[in-house]
Write a protein that binds this ligand. Structure first.
Ligand SMILES: [Zn+2]
Length: 572
């Protein structure tokens, strides 16, 4: 009898969305609170690189050194290096599978392919201590055999050289327009991440999945045509050699005023576009504590600058991109907003570059298109800027868990949008769109859980910090494709009480917001806690009031992803 009861209880408990998640046990590296443990470690990779942009052939040639420190407790016999440009190599997985572009709700299309471009990276040298190392390339990943195992706390310097043809449309994350404008990312061999959860992270770059990278310092020298303007991750280390006296004077003004200063005006940009300047110039940038380095270069660009709290806000755009005249103020607003909401922006500058890329983020650099609608323009700029926190500072594994940086960033974006458009008709609608859009895209058979097994500790961090048991939330939203359907089944009045019969008709659980309208014209809103569903999928809400109810509506503001709204209303 006892055993049977136990079995019965277990099977009931097993189907509840409130049951505890089976999270991995704490380790010396990762504590039970979700914070790094006393023995937490991360590898370190510093880069000193020199690259030359050959605009006649559209080939980028680079050489330099990677300083790699093994802070893990393991001896490494080999290392893995990311060769992202092999996304475009002949016979790459992406080329062979020829996947159609991804279509998002609202008509946005993302093409993560090279649109038929055939290229790929050539590694001209990968050596250590003057000796070439044995390498083996598997698509976008390269395994490099070390001359001897690299023990804990030991370091190795790789001497590297490479080149690749620059794709016109690099998977939507980099690219160029002809030979006069370049947005570069994934342009150098990047160390793969070695961590305590998966060891070497060798998932290939297929275009859609973004990046997972080690933190380090960069010292990068970029040689480009003399008439080009360049911006990059980091601060310009040789401004006196590069900037004209006029640019320096205007930048100095940008540093002392909160107003936007035109460092290169529209007229100057148009004149620069056709001006032929012979020769090349080398721009040197340094950055510390970043996980990546990107840059943009071109002729005929406008350049606006302002500062917020000592941080230089720069916008670079083509003279025909008129909506970008407000872009600097938009980025500046979002920088201030996110610094307050998520923590101070940690770097000396941020550059927003207008061009062909739909929206992409790198440390201190964001790529965004020019959009006619002011709301859309702000959203893209603000969203890409928000990535400076997630993942640029947090360093999450975007390839395995894109929902982490995209999810947290998008969540923060709603506040940043509401704040920017406050007082406008659009500003009042921002919150409504948050989750309601989900129902439109919840197509049975096409949904996927965000994670299939719990190997993350971030749930612990959030539960520890909020003091709330959110296992039901992670289960519904992250590990499964559960959907929401809340309903008011009926209402009955008896003696001095009113009974509302509510039901949860699908698998997802969320709190219930009820809007009650009474026969006397009064209206009130009641919030019921999510724990109501811990008692089963039906709940009777008893109100100690005999006031005659005219109607009851669940989720009156349409903010939940309810897949069937017709059962949310009850009317007398
Ligand atoms: Zn994003």
């Amino acid at each position: 009898m006892f055993l049977l009861l136990l079995a019965l209880q277990q099977s009931v408990a097993d189907s509840s969305p409130f049951r505890a998640l089976a999270l991995p046990a704490a380790t010396p590296a990762r504590s039970a609170s979700g914070a790094p443990g006393p023995r937490y470690w991360q590898q370190r990779a510093d880069y000193t690189l020199e690259a030359t942009l050959d605009t006649a052939t559209n080939i980028l040639r680079g050489k330099g050194r990677i300083y790699y420190v093994n802070r893990s407790p393991d001896a490494l016999e080999y290392v893995w290096v990311q060769l992202d440009q092999n996304l475009f190599a002949p016979g790459s997985i992406s080329a062979v599978l020829n996947q159609p572009p991804l279509r998002f709700a609202g008509g946005v299309v993302f093409d993560f392919s090279g649109k038929g471009f055939v290229g790929g990276i050539t590694i001209d040298r990968f050596a250590a201590a003057g000796r070439p190392l044995a390498t083996k390339i598997f698509g976008t990943m390269m395994r490099v055999e070390l001359p001897r195992p690299l023990g804990p706390n030991l370091r190795i310097t790789f001497d590297i050289a490479w080149h690749f043809p620059i794709p016109p449309y690099g998977g939507g994350r980099m690219g160029r327009v002809g030979s006069h404008f370049y947005e570069l990312g994934q342009w150098y061999p990047r160390m793969a991440v070695y961590d305590d959860v998966h060891g070497w992270n060798t998932l290939p770059f297929l275009g859609a999945g973004e990046f997972y990278l080690e933190f380090g310092d960069f010292d990068v020298s970029l040689t480009v045509p003399a008439g080009f303007l360049v911006t990059a991750t980091g601060a310009l280390a040789n401004p006196t050699a590069i900037r004209t006296p006029q640019e320096r004077a205007r930048l100095a003004r940008a540093f002392t005023s909160s107003q936007v200063v035109q460092v290169i005006t529209r007229q100057e940009a148009i004149a620069n576009a056709t001006r032929r300047v012979p020769g090349t110039r080398t721009w040197r940038f340094t950055a510390s504590g970043v996980r990546d380095f990107a840059w943009a270069a071109g002729s005929g660009l406008r350049w606006d600058a302002s500062t917020w709290d000592g941080i230089l806000v720069q916008t670079f755009y083509h003279p025909d991109a008129a909506p970008w005249e407000e872009a600097n103020a938009m980025v500046r607003f979002a920088l201030k907003h996110f610094s307050g909401a998520l923590g101070q922006y940690p770097w000396p500058q941020v550059s927003a570059v207008e061009g062909l890329i739909e929206g992409m983020e790198y440390p201190m650099v964001i790529y965004c298109p020019s959009l006619q609608k002011r709301e859309d323009q702000y959203w893209v700029l603000m969203h890409e800027l928000g990535h400076q926190w997630f993942p640029m500072q947090v360093g999450s594994d975007e390839r395995r868990y894109p929902w982490m940086d995209e999810g947290l960033n998008t969540f923060a974006d709603y506040d940043a949008a509401e704040a920017f458009f406050k007082g406008t008709a659009y500003g009042d609608t921002v919150r409504r769109e948050l989750l309601g859009a989900y129902a439109a895209t919840a197509v049975p058979g096409t949904e996927q859980p965000m994670i299939t097994k719990p190997d993350e500790v971030r749930h612990r961090t959030i539960s520890n910090a909020t003091g709330r048991d959110l296992d039901w939330f992670w289960r519904n939203w992250i590990y499964t494709t559960a959907r929401l359907d809340q309903a008011v089944d009926s209402v009955r009045a008896r003696d001095d009480s009113t009974f509302l019969y509510l039901s949860n008709r699908a698998q997802m659980v969320l709190p219930v917001t009820l809007e009650l309208r009474y026969a006397d014209g009064t209206i009130e809103t009641r919030n019921l806690p999510v724990e109501m569903w811990n008692l089963g999928s039906r709940f009777t809400y008893r109100m100690a009031s005999a006031k005659r109810l005219a109607s009851a509506v669940i989720d009156p503001r349409n903010v939940y992803p309810d897949i069937a709204r017709d059962n949310n209303n009850w009317k007398r």
